[in-house]
Design a protein around this ligand. Structure first.
Ligand code: ADP
Ligand code: MG
Ligand code: MG
Length: 251
């Protein structure tokens, strides 16, 4: 089934009117792993943020549909409740709110949207416990305040835990590899791989090839100057490795 369909999407920086996205096309079906690669400044993060409805940007043309719903008519919160998840390059700290409370709240909001009964804190623990195991995380993680004093690696793991709890159908992971050493990256990648089902899709955004060794995408897209200029399989990554982004645009 079709999950995300983006057609000829253009977007500007709301404050200045400067055009950043210049006609992005992308189609993602259930169960697929996609990666967007591209030079720094090519518009990858902007695209991700426009998908989730970041207020810094204004869509000026084109369309984006998620599970048959028009994202352009949905508030950011509704996009998230509909099953669109995005990790952030620098996640926020929420002092005084425990991770468990935060996750319980977020998950209950999604359950209400799906017409499922809310989980009590005790029911939530039963739900989240096996997920901690799957992600190789300790239970005390849940008692800590959201992101407070987390190391870079812990923040990344926590994001994957949020993803696991929410059960989002499309996870957009923007540079989850940034700042991680190879062991931490392998752990995070293993967790992401553990979450993949025939129904869930992942859109990874990365500047680096090494992430693709751990989470293998079916499709790789190359973004250049606000557009996807090339789509292919893992062989694109190999050309990138040998010839850089210039080699790919000339393929
Ligand atoms: P990437 O993620 O591929 O590195 P970005 O989407 O972050 O690229 O940025 C694309 C271009 O848009 C860059 O030149 C960046 O400086 C500019 N840009 C993005 N967002 C903003 C913003 N809120 N204000 C000013 N410039 C921005
Ligand atoms: Mg950048
Ligand atoms: Mg970026």
């Amino acid at each position: 089934e079709l999950l995300l369909e983006v057609r000829d999407l253009t977007a500007v920086i709301a404050e200045t009117g400067q055009e950043i996205l210049k006609g992005v096309d992308l189609t993602i079906y259930e169960g697929e792993v996609h990666a967007i690669m591209g030079k720094n400044g090519s518009g990858k993060s902007t695209f991700a943020k426009v998908l989730v409805g970041h207020p810094d940007y204004e869509v000026t043309g084109g369309s984006m549909m998620f599970k048959g719903e028009n994202l352009l008519e949905m508030e950011p919160e509704d996009r998230s409740l509909a099953g669109l998840f995005m990790s952030f390059q620098s996640p926020i700290e929420i002092p005084g709110v425990s991770n468990a409370d935060f996750l319980n709240m977020a998950y209950n909001a999604r359950r209400r949207k799906l017409n499922q009964p809310e989980l009590s804190p005790i029911e939530f623990w039963a739900y989240v416990y096996p997920k901690l195991d799957l992600l190789n995380m300790k239970a005390d993680f849940l008692n800590r305040n959201v992101n407070e004093g987390f190391s870079g690696g812990e923040r990344k793991r926590n994001e994957i835990l949020q993803l696991a709890v929410l059960g989002a159908e499309l996870a957009i992971l923007d540079e989850i590899d940034s700042g991680l050493d190879v062991d931490a990256l392998r752990d995070v990648a293993k967790s992401v791989n553990g979450l993949l089902t025939p129904k869930n899709s992942v859109l990874m955004i990365t500047h680096y090839l090494r992430l693709l060794e751990f989470i293998e995408p079916r499709y790789i897209h190359v973004m250049e100057n606000g557009k996807i200029v090339k789509t292919g399989d893992i062989s694109i990554a190999k050309t990138l490795e040998k010839e850089g982004f210039k080699g790919v645009s000339e393929m």
